[in-house]
Design a binder for this molecule. Structure first.
Ligand code: CTP
Ligand code: MG
Length: 263
C-alpha cells in the first residue's frame, strides 16, 4: 500500500466572542478543552504531524500555557489569523511537513470527535481526495427576512393580549420559505484532503468567503465526499455547548468536583 501520512491542522486562534471568553482554555475533566482536542490525534497511527494555530496577539501566553504538553507530543505552534479562520489554516499549512500525503483540518472547539468518526473519515480519505463528515439536518429549516418586524398594529390577537405595549415588544422575522431538508447536511470537521489539493485550494486568490476548508476545494471544481458525522462532535460555541459537551464526555464542571480531584 502506498504511504498514508496525515498532517493535522488545529485552528485555535479564535476569540470565543459568542462564548464570552477563552472557550478553548475551559476545564474538561481536569484538562483544558484544547488539549483534549489535540489528544484525539496524538494517539492515531496515521498522524505524522500536528500544527496548532494560536491567537497572534497572545501567542506568548499561549505558548507558556501549552508548550510543555504540546512539546511532549511534538505539536508545533504557529500564529493564526487575527479575525478569519482561513488565515489560521493558511498560516498552519506552511508548517505542515512535506512528507504528509494528507492534511486534516479540525476545529479546536470540537473535543467530542469520537475515535470511530476519525477512523471513518481517515479511511475514506485513502480513497477520495476530499472527505468531510456531515450530519443530516433534522430540524425544519426556513429562510426568513433580513429585517425584523414589529407585530402589525392591526394584528387583533396581539392587540387583545398585549395591548399598546405588546406592539413594540413582539418582534420577529417573516418566513420567506421552508427549505427542503432531505439533502441538507450540517458539516463538521475533521475535513481531510490530499495535501496537494488543499495547498492548491489555499493558493487561490479569494479565500474570504470560506467558512470551511471544503468550500475552497469546491471552488476549484473538485469533488468533495460527505461521510457520516457524529452528533457528539459538536462545536463548542456558547456556554450552553460547554455544558452539553461535558455531559456527553462524562466530565463534571470543576466546581462540582471534589477539591482533591480538581487538578
Ligand atoms: N479560529 C481560528 N482563527 C480565527 C477564527 C477562528 O483558528 N481567526 C478557530 C477557532 O479557534 C475554532 C474554530 O476556528 O477552533 C471554529 O471557530 P469558532 O467556533 O467560530 O470559534 P471562535 O471564532 O473562537 O468563536 P466566535 O466566532 O464566537 O468568536
Ligand atoms: Mg468564529
Amino acid at each position: 500500500m502506498s504511504a498514508f501520512k496525515i498532517g493535522v491542522i488545529i485552528p485555535a486562534a479564535g476569540q470565543g466572542t459568542r462564548f464570552g471568553g477563552d472557550k478553548l482554555g475551559q476545564d474538561l475533566g481536569g484538562r483544558p478543552l484544547l488539549l483534549r482536542t489535540v489528544e484525539l490525534f496524538t494517539k492515531r497511527d496515521e498522524v505524522g504531524a500536528i500544527v496548532v494555530a494560536a491567537p497572534p496577539d497572545s501567542i506568548e501566553e499561549f505558548r507558556s500555557r501549552y508548550a510543555a504538553q504540546f512539546g511532549f507530543h511534538g505539536v508545533a505552534i504557529v500564529a493564526g489569523g487575527r479575525t478569519e479562520r482561513w488565515e489560521s489554516v493558511r498560516n498552519a499549512l506552511a508548517a505542515v511537513p512535506d512528507d504528509c500525503t494528507h492534511i486534516a483540518v479540525h476545529d479546536a472547539a470540537r473535543p467530542g470527535a469520537t475515535d470511530a468518526l476519525l477512523t471513518r473519515v481517515f479511511d475514506a480519505a485513502r480513497i477520495a481526495a476530499a472527505v468531510v463528515p456531515g450530519d443530516p439536518v433534522s430540524s425544519t429549516i426556513k429562510r426568513v427576512s433580513v429585517e425584523t418586524f414589529a407585530a402589525a398594529p392591526d394584528d387583533a390577537v396581539a392587540d387583545a393580549i398585549l395591548g399598546e405595549a405588546g406592539r413594540d415588544a413582539v418582534r420577529g422575522r417573516r418566513v420567506e420559505c421552508t427549505v427542503d431538508r432531505t439533502r441538507l447536511m450540517a458539516i463538521q470537521t475533521p475535513q481531510v484532503f490530499e495535501a496537494a489539493l488543499l495547498r492548491r485550494a489555499y493558493a487561490q486568490g479569494d479565500l474570504a468567503s470560506a467558512t470551511d476548508d471544503a468550500m475552497l476545494v469546491e471552488q476549484l471544481g473538485e469533488p468533495v465526499l460527505v461521510v457520516e458525522g457524529d452528533p457528539r462532535n459538536l462545536k463548542v460555541t456558547t456556554t450552553a455547548d460547554l455544558a452539553i459537551i461535558r455531559a456527553i464526555l462524562g466530565h463534571r464542571a470543576p466546581e462540582e468536583r471534589p477539591v482533591h480531584k480538581r487538578f
